[in-house]
Design a protein around this ligand. Structure first.
Ligand SMILES: N[C@@H](CCC(=O)N[C@@H](CS)C(=O)NCC(=O)O)C(=O)O
Length: 211
């Protein structure tokens, strides 16, 4: 049995989407990051970086295994199930390329933009300008990719799409006001959002955790 430590945020939902896609039973442990539960010693023993998501796989080869960092978790689940990541060749590395692009670029930049433009009471114009421009650039990269292929890795839906989906939903909803100008010129991105968003497993995964 896999236990997922998560919260109602894009990084957590990447993993619930994957677990729903796989159709495996899993237990959900909500970690309320608004109440600093990510700093509790029992959670830090699993996720020393004090961030969700994390998993514990009790049935892992060699004994129970804890994993933090969403990219590592998605890769582990893909490899142990043999699904949503090609075992070798170009398709594998295209999926890993876009997975890492999301984890190192789209996620952190949208996170910083959300903090400076929306959540922070004190407004820092230079930070807002910097992160708006960087998100604009990243969404442009995504738009050009999705104008050529239906999914980020190419022809097939993969863990790269799961990773980018929840963050892109945030960009087009919660952060829409800050990104109106750039979103107006992204038809392929919206078509991809609809394609991925109509999957029943994605809809179930986006509803985790139930609060
Ligand atoms: N690179 C990490 C990012 C995880 C992350 O930023 N998680 C946020 C929620 S979306 C968190 O737990 N924040 C709590 C904190 O920073 O104390 C991953 O991909 O797993």
């Amino acid at each position: 049995m896999i236990t997922l430590y998560t919260w109602a945020t894009p990084n957590g939902r990447k993993i619930s989407i994957m677990l729903e896609e796989l159709g495996v039973p899993y237990a959900v442990k909500p970690v309320n990051i608004g109440k600093d539960e990510q700093f509790q010693p029992d959670f830090l023993a699993i996720a020393p970086n004090n961030k969700i998501p994390a998993i514990v796989d009790d049935a892992a080869e060699g004994g129970p295994l804890t994993i933090f960092e969403s990219g590592a978790i998605l890769t582990y689940l893909a490899e142990t199930s043999g699904q949503f990541l090609a075992p070798s060749g170009a398709a594998r590395f295209k999926a890993l390329e876009w997975l890492h692009w999301q984890i190192g670029g789209l996620g952190p930049m949208l996170g910083q933009l959300g903090f400076f433009a929306l959540r922070s009471e004190e407004k820092a114009p230079l930070a807002i300008k910097r992160f708006t421009e960087e998100v604009d650039r990243l969404l442009g990269v995504m738009e050009r990719r999705l104008a050529e292929v239906p999914y980020l890795a190419g022809a097939e839906y993969s863990i790269a799409d799961m990773a980018a989906y929840a963050w892109t939903v945030s960009a087009t909803t919660f952060m829409k006001a800050a990104l109106a100008e750039t979103l107006a010129t992204k038809p392929s991105l919206y078509a991809w959002l609809a394609r991925v968003g109509e999957r029943p497993a994605v809809q179930r995964g986006m509803a985790v955790p139930k609060l």
